[in-house]
Write a protein that binds this ligand. Structure first.
Ligand SMILES: [Zn+2]
Length: 176
């Protein structure tokens, strides 16, 4: 009889401790999410980040777009649909439609990739340094969806001296 009571007692104790654990884990999770949001608000950028799972991106993008935008791939030179494109309008992010470049800043670079000397604003593009081909290059990506666009080099034309070398697969075009 005593054994049975002890057994029941120990089971109910373990149930109580389990449920306490679950509650404290939940609170911990909520706190983490809150503190993660603070730096974004502090930046005061008007661009609100878009985050999607890998599966969601795969469902929305073609294989080439996914490879370039989400896996930092590079299309082969002269294979994209926009490297030799000369219409008047705005080039937007293929991942989230954020306007990125004006056709008036596109120039003939001879590389086989769409090239621009400046983005529409400093806010729409973010930069990181990558070492994928053995030396440092400044990787550029969309400030809203983090989609990889290409790289920026310092051998561009005036007025900026910059060359944004962008994959066609990362872009869409909206005519004026
Ligand atoms: Zn984007």
């Amino acid at each position: 009889m005593t054994r049975t009571i002890i057994f029941i007692l120990s089971i109910s104790l373990s149930i109580i401790s389990c449920s306490q654990n679950a509650t404290s884990k939940k609170i911990e999770k909520e706190t983490t999410t809150l503190s993660e949001n603070i730096p974004q608000e502090a930046k005061k950028s008007s661009i609100v980040k878009i985050t999607k799972t890998d599966e969601e991106w795969k469902a929305e993008l073609t294989d080439m777009e996914y490879k370039v935008l989400r896996k930092e791939g590079t299309e082969r030179a002269r294979t994209g649909d926009l490297w030799d494109h000369k219409e008047d309008g705005i080039y937007t992010c293929r991942g989230c439609a954020l306007p990125l470049f004006d056709s008036s800043t596109k120039f003939k670079s001879g590389t086989g990739w769409p090239s621009y000397y400046q983005p529409l604003s400093d806010e729409v593009i973010e930069s990181d340094t990558d070492y994928k081909i053995g030396y440092a290059r400044d990787e550029v990506h969309c400030a809203r969806c983090n989609g990889h666009l290409g790289h920026v080099f310092s051998d561009g034309p005036e007025p900026t001296g910059l060359r944004f070398c962008i994959n066609s697969a990362s872009l869409d075009f909206v005519g004026r």
